[in-house]
Design a protein around this ligand. Sequence first.
Ligand SMILES: Nc1nc2c(c(=O)[nH]1)N[C@H]1C(S)=C(S)[C@@H](COP(=O)(O)OP(=O)(O)OC[C@H]3O[C@@H](n4cnc5c(=O)[nH]c(N)nc54)[C@H](O)[C@@H]3O)O[C@H]1N2
Ligand SMILES: Nc1nc2c(c(=O)[nH]1)N[C@H]1C(S)=C(S)[C@@H](COP(=O)(O)OP(=O)(O)OC[C@H]3O[C@@H](n4cnc5c(=O)[nH]c(N)nc54)[C@H](O)[C@@H]3O)O[C@H]1N2
Ligand SMILES: [Mo]
Length: 711
Amino acid sequence: MEAGEVITIRGNRDHVLSHGHLCPKAIGLKELHSDADRLRTPLVRTHDGRLEPASWDDAFAVIDRRLTAIIDRHGPDAVALYLGNPVAHDFATALYASALMRILGSRNVYTANTVDAMPKFVSCQLMFGGMYTVPLPDIDRCSYLLILGANPLVSNGSLLTAPGMRARLRALRRRGGRLIVVDPNRTQTAQEADEHLPIRPGTDALLLMGLVHVLAGEDLIDLRRLGPYVAGVETVTALAHEFAPEVVAPQCGIAAEAIRRIARDLAAAPTAAVYGRTGTCTQRFGTVTSWLVDVLNILTGNLDRPGGAMFARPAADLRLLNSRPVTAIGRRHSRVRKAPETLGELPLACLAEEIDTPGPGQVKALVTVAGNPARSAPDSARMIAAFDQLDLLVSLDLYRNETSAHADVVLPAPSPLTKPHHDLFFGHFAIRNTATFSPPVLPPEPDARPDWQSLLRMIGIVARQGASADLDAIDDMVAGSVATALGSASDGVPASSRGPERLLDLLLRAGPYRDNGEPLTVARLREYPDGLDFGPLTPRLPEVLNTPSGLIELAPDPLVEDVARLRSILHVPLTNSMVLIGRRHLRSNNSWMHNLPTLAKGPDRCTLHVHPADVARLGLGPHARVTSRTGVIDVPVEVTDTVSPGVVSLPHGWGHDEPEASVHLAARRPGVNSNVLADSTELDPLSGTAVLNGIPVRICTTPMRGEFDEH
Ligand SMILES: Nc1nc2c(c(=O)[nH]1)N[C@H]1C(S)=C(S)[C@@H](COP(=O)(O)OP(=O)(O)OC[C@H]3O[C@@H](n4cnc5c(=O)[nH]c(N)nc54)[C@H](O)[C@@H]3O)O[C@H]1N2
Ligand SMILES: Nc1nc2c(c(=O)[nH]1)N[C@H]1C(S)=C(S)[C@@H](COP(=O)(O)OP(=O)(O)OC[C@H]3O[C@@H](n4cnc5c(=O)[nH]c(N)nc54)[C@H](O)[C@@H]3O)O[C@H]1N2
Ligand SMILES: [Mo]
């Protein structure tokens, strides 16, 4: 900093977790802060249909009037809430958004989970009794790492907070370990590996069943110390019986011999971990695949031991707030297609139809918090059309993006550099137990309000106290409910401070760590700007389990039942139709950060990767037309043999061509919205998660529309 200005952003070498590693997106925060397109004042839609700047009071007066009328007339279910990905990155927004969710009491709660990690959360809920009880590959100590459907070199690790992934994976190989990557794309991570297995999209569950089959058939199962804690081993091995490597190989596109070899290596490795991420989740067998990943960790005795797949012990543990019963799946159903709720929310793929299908219980108002469903949700063309049928759309966002462009009221989020930070959510998924509280770098900008204050005012409105409610009283109520949820783990609500730090304090005090014998608090964390290090992950069984039996459920009924669906694809004849998968880029972040010069520069990113053999076979030119059951797009072709034949890849989050949006730099190279191709009726049934990878498509050559326009 110099004279109140950010000069440069660099990593903190002394930080206990990052050791100075920075993702390029962090460097982008400087440009985000000064981006003229970033919203600095609320916007309200005027009578002639334009979004115009307004005062906070006027914006909330509009929300109060219209939201109250909708709830009065139609009840709380008429109000839907969508929480986007960045909510998980902001402890304050996350805590107040869940309070809003609770107090609103609508069944129409949606989050980015059902286009992301919900399958893993469901499998962990069923197996271990907690959605955040997620095994993490202990990559710094393991000697064999099998990665499926993840590209941590680009994503920086997902449900796996481990800064500096390239160095960690190289260290694994330097110490004699092996890295195997299963991915239809030869990604940057696959290029670092000892072996890359290009799997046919959506068939990982078959491969994993094949591995279980070999472990069982060759007497390689060794639970080690897990024996007393595991139920259902025989059920799982019996299920795997018919999935011999020779049977699954043709469907997966991976040789039976390779499957047998991997099973043997996995069993023989001194320590090993299996890890799967979005490629194993946002596909038709998401939950079964996520489950089988951990079945392998368990059958090889690698769960909960150093070098295997371990559980974090976060300083602030969200599980203390929410010890859901295992039955928290399918208690309610969506109105239109009767899709089951999972872990308190409905599938994002159902939201558009809940808005555009008339009848009792129809969604009339939508509040989006840090999300862009116009680009992130499947069949997003229908989603966008549905926005315009709402009586009220309120968006909390940094930008007038493709979603907030349709809003009636937009509430601007503050620049990240003006916010404090604590990794509340990601503490549950970090490779090492640490805690940091980072105060804001810059003071608040004039007239800026943090998201949590906007949410608090919304809580006041849905609690029928109007736009001028006593916010302190509401905040005390929120803190009281957190303290109550923490139960005996909490010693009550200190009245001295208010706001998100008080909520975080309650969680930290109830957590497992002490500092010099004193409870951990935000004030104490502030004394350690480089973070507090609680050491490497340590074994947590059986104390971490929260299943009714107190055991690890290796064969929960819903998963066992879903194997029937897996069985049904075993002998389906193979076709040579093309399938579409996604792709991420180091200098992009889902649908945003495309407006920042340093991150946006370089070659066009929104291209269709096509294998040379397919280019030749389909006679493709420089542009292709991609058609799915739900949509059509025209996109530039990039010929590359990194992607498997029969598979094409396209990143999501592009298509910055919405006329009402205001992202000027991004709009210069808008790209196309891949999610018009994703079919919102295709879900992983157990988790309600959309199938975003493995979408059947037809591809033909086409001139870009722009080329015609120019002539
Ligand atoms: N086809 C396909 N679709 C996908 C995926 C895929 O791989 N393929 N990936 C899926 C995944 S994993 C995810 S997580 C979702 C993401 O989907 P979403 O969460 O719906 O969308 P994002 O693109 O992350 O947009 C986040 C928005 O939050 C805003 N924002 C950033 N920080 C803040 C803040 O502090 N406060 C507020 N109020 N706003 C903020 C940004 O400006 C941006 O507009 O997309 C999913 N969709
Ligand atoms: N730079 C950057 N970092 C990010 C993000 C970003 O947009 N940009 N997004 C963040 C978010 S929200 C998330 S959720 C994480 C995601 O983190 P990751 O899951 O690590 O990242 P992806 O690139 O989505 O990796 C998914 C991989 O699955 C592969 N795949 C597709 N279909 C299949 C299949 O059927 N089977 C198998 N085995 N593989 C398949 C794809 O080719 C891809 O390489 O990244 C986060 N980090
Ligand atoms: Mo995500």
